[in-house]
Write a protein that binds this ligand. Structure first.
Ligand SMILES: Cc1cc2nc3c(=O)[nH]c(=O)nc-3n(C[C@H](O)[C@H](O)[C@H](O)COP(=O)(O)OP(=O)(O)OC[C@H]3O[C@@H](n4cnc5c(N)ncnc54)[C@H](O)[C@@H]3O)c2cc1C
Length: 394
């Protein structure tokens, strides 16, 4: 059995960044990266955005030459067991690797419906290649769910010339995230772009029909489709950690150094539940790129002995046709909001506040290069001068 100084479980952006973090402090320690996917680490956000425009597939791959960094990649192989006492992981093939220090960067997996063979739960490069091959102009796609993935894929497919319909239980797109008036605005914008929207409805069956599918809904609709995609949210891949007896609470719980209660096991990215410094150490789990990259890197440094706390405040972003935004902190439409619009819904800032009047999140709608200012407002907690004084801050 081969022993590595570092074993990274997972092959996403957090895993990739961890390699960089390790190499910043330890140029020669042996590294194994084990990924269930058959592709080496790649950027996930372009799968629903740039790759549908002019971005080349090769550019999504993060380290074309892992071997040069001394990384043994074990691709297309899930880790099926972690034995913390023996310091080993077991791969699906039955092979075992021994580690000195381990990173769990296993990310998250899409939630699935209890029915519907052939539904694509959009997450991976393999999903992109499959949808790309099937997404011919004039074909018809039905998208289930109106969160980020559903909205981004509806825009991507519509812009590629497909007839696109969405089915979702809320009244408006992105309703769980955006204030009601903005969500209504985005919904009207999608209709203008020719996306057929079936709000306040849910699928009850997805059946094969000829070469395609038929989606039946609770409201009695029958929607024909060549392609059915779903974006229904994700669950953290924390099963390995749970079975190994680590603390798991909708994600692997880590401290500010991204270390679990086992000093040799760390977690980073979508799978990690960690104390967010800007919110006074509240435990959160974040499903976004910036967090995966910055946490992955810090976890790598700490695996290599750095012992540094994670104090970064991650941001996230999305592109929907020509709409774009960045956001920092917690965006939850159940919080109260203060909006500062500059030009209708074209450009503005929305502050999300909890019951105690503390700013927990900031949405920067078509407002760029303002992430540090947004972070400063969140760190301030309760805004000096009251909520009305927030207007004009960014
Ligand atoms: C289509 C799409 C678009 C997105 N767009 C944006 C965006 O615009 N902005 C933004 O901020 N975020 C975006 N995200 C979210 C962002 O991509 C994720 O937050 C990020 O990928 C998380 O990285 P990660 O490395 O933690 O996990 P993941 O990317 O989920 O990677 C985990 C990896 O571990 C592997 N794995 C899991 N279990 C095992 C196991 N037992 N053994 C071996 N390997 C395993 C998985 O196969 C996977 O390769 C998007 C996500 C998707 C799917």
């Amino acid at each position: 059995m081969k022993t590595y100084r570092y074993v990274i479980v997972g092959g996403g952006m957090a895993a990739d960044a961890a390699v960089d973090g390790i190499r910043e402090r330890d140029p020669h320690g042996s590294i194994a990266l084990v990924s269930a996917e058959r592709f080496p680490p790649y950027k996930r956000p372009p799968l629903s955005k740039a790759l549908w425009h002019d971005y080349r597939l090769e550019r999504t791959f993060l380290k074309p030459s892992a071997a040069e960094l001394g990384v043994d990649e074990h691709l297309g192989q899930a880790v099926t067991a972690l034995d913390r006492a023996a310091h080993t992981v077991t791969l699906a093939s039955g092979a075992q690797l021994r580690y000195e220090r381990l990173l769990l960067a296993t990310g998250a997996s899409p939630k699935q419906l209890p029915f519907g063979e052939g539904v694509i739960y959009y997450r991976t490069m393999a999903d992109y290649l499959r949808v790309r091959a099937a997404a011919k102009e004039g074909r018809r796609a039905v998208i289930l769910g109106a969160g980020f993935i559903g909205c981004e894929m509806a825009a991507a497919l519509r812009q590629s010339g497909l007839e696109t319909a969405m089915v979702f239980p809320e009244r408006h797109l992105l309703e769980r995230l955006l204030p009601a008036d903005l969500a209504a605005h985005v919904t009207a914008y999608y209709r203008e772009k020719g996306v057929e929207l079936h709000a306040e409805d849910v699928p009850v069956a997805v059946e094969r029909a000829g070469d395609g599918f038929r989606v039946r809904t609770r409201a009695g609709r029958e929607l024909a489709a060549d392609l059915v995609l779903a974006g229904l949210g994700v669950r953290p891949n924390d099963g390995l950690a749970h079975e190994a007896g680590l603390r798991v609470e909708d994600g692997v719980v880590v401290d500010s150094r991204l270390q679990t209660e086992d000093p040799d096991v760390f977690a980073a990215g979508d799978v990690a539940r960690f104390p967010l410094d800007a919110l006074g150490g509240e435990l959160v789990r974040i499903e976004h790129e910036d967090n995966a990259k910055s946490q992955g890197r810090l976890a790598g440094r700490n695996l290599a002995g750095a012992e540094e706390p994670y104090t970064h405040t991650p941001f996230f972003y999305s592109d929907l046709f020509n709409l774009g935004f960045e956001a920092v902190g917690v965006l939850d439409a159940r919080l109260s909001t203060v909006a500062d619009w500059k030009d209708g819904f074209r450009k503005g800032v929305v502050y999300y506040l909890d019951d105690a009047g503390h700013v927990r999140g900031v949405l920067l709608w078509n407002v760029w290069d303002a992430v540090p200012k947004a972070e400063a407002v969140i760190r301030e907690g309760r805004p000096a001068g009251g909520v009305e004084a927030l207007k004009g801050r960014i």
